[in-house]
Write a protein that binds this ligand. Structure first.
Ligand SMILES: C[S@@+](CC[C@H](N)C(=O)[O-])C[C@H]1O[C@@H](n2cnc3c(N)ncnc32)[C@H](O)[C@@H]1O
Length: 265
């Protein structure tokens, strides 16, 4: 009954209408690597399943050439069922992977560690971090709809409705012990330039954690041959030190993720 109700709600939002899915599918075809990735996924689970439809809905927020305003609209429309579709259904594990990675670096005194969650969305990183004992959680996200759902969880002490970009207003230099990115990398999402901003807002000695879908390094133009070279350049310039890079299995839709940890110099 619950399943039927949520499916109906989604139909009302038109997120999973046949027409929209077929439009996303056409867009997917414009990106050969993304199409191959979808095929690999649907070979396991079938093209017409709910899993495949949700994969396409997620792709709708990552389609080639999407503007950052379109990204925000997509998430705002999706906010109502985002948790159920991605996080509670086991299709996406980014928030837990990120929270476990942060907890590893802060074994004690977690209740006073000040963390900025970049692209906080509906607050699933906060939910996982809270279980580890973190309490000083702040979030930033440009989608008011996603933040509304986040607010309901009552976990974050401060939420900013804005894009995270170079010189984001309302974010001070050296303000945080840790910045976290879970699932906020992708077409039309954070730009490479945002690495500078993560370094600006984190304290010297503070931690930057990023987890993202690994294949985006291969076909998102913004990141291909740019993101990792910039990470290395920032290390060569002694802006930060790389503590580790790890491939994580089953990050989202059974795809691998990549997890980076840096310590600000
Ligand atoms: C896939 S969701 C991830 C949400 C949450 N971090 C999670 O793991 O469930 C991506 C989020 O990034 C946000 N986002 C996109 N571009 C952004 C930007 N430039 N600055 C901050 N957030 C952004 C979107 O609004 C959306 O809520």
């Amino acid at each position: 009954m619950q399943r039927l109700k949520s499916f109906y709600t989604r139909m009302e939002l038109n997120l999973f209408s046949d027409e929209l899915c077929s439009r996303q599918f056409t867009r997917l075809r414009e990106t050969p690597t993304a199409e191959m990735s979808f095929k690999e996924y649907t070979e396991k689970i079938g093209e017409m399943t709910e899993d495949a439809q949700i994969y396409l809905a997620n792709f709708g927020a990552h389609r080639p050439g999407i503007s950052r305003e379109e990204v925000v609209d997509h998430y705002t429309n999706w906010a109502k069922t985002y948790d159920e579709d991605l996080c509670n259904s086991g299709r996406y594990h980014g928030p837990k992977i990120a929270a476990d990675a942060v907890a590893e670096e802060f074994p004690v005194g977690r209740d006073s560690v000040k963390i900025l969650d970049i692209g906080a969305g509906t607050g699933n990183f906060g939910k996982e971090a809270y279980k580890h004992g973190f309490r000083e959680l702040h979030g930033i996200d440009p989608s008011a709809g996603m933040l509304e759902r986040c607010q309901e969880k009552n976990i974050y002490k401060k939420l900013l409705c804005d894009f995270f970009e170079r010189d984001t207003p309302d974010l001070e230099n050296d303000e945080y012990d840790c910045t976290v990115v879970a699932g906020t990398m992708g077409e039309g999402h954070l730009t490479c330039d945002c690495l500078y901003e993560m370094i600006r807002v984190v304290k010297p000695g503070g931690l930057v954690v990023i987890v993202m879908r690994k294949e985006y390094l291969d076909y998102v133009e913004e990141y291909k041959d740019r993101l990792e070279p910039l990470m290395d350049q920032l290390e060569a310039e002694r802006k930060w030190q790389k503590l580790g890079k790890k491939i994580v299995p089953n990050y989202s839709f059974t795809k691998e993720g990549v997890l980076y940890k840096f310590r600000r110099e």
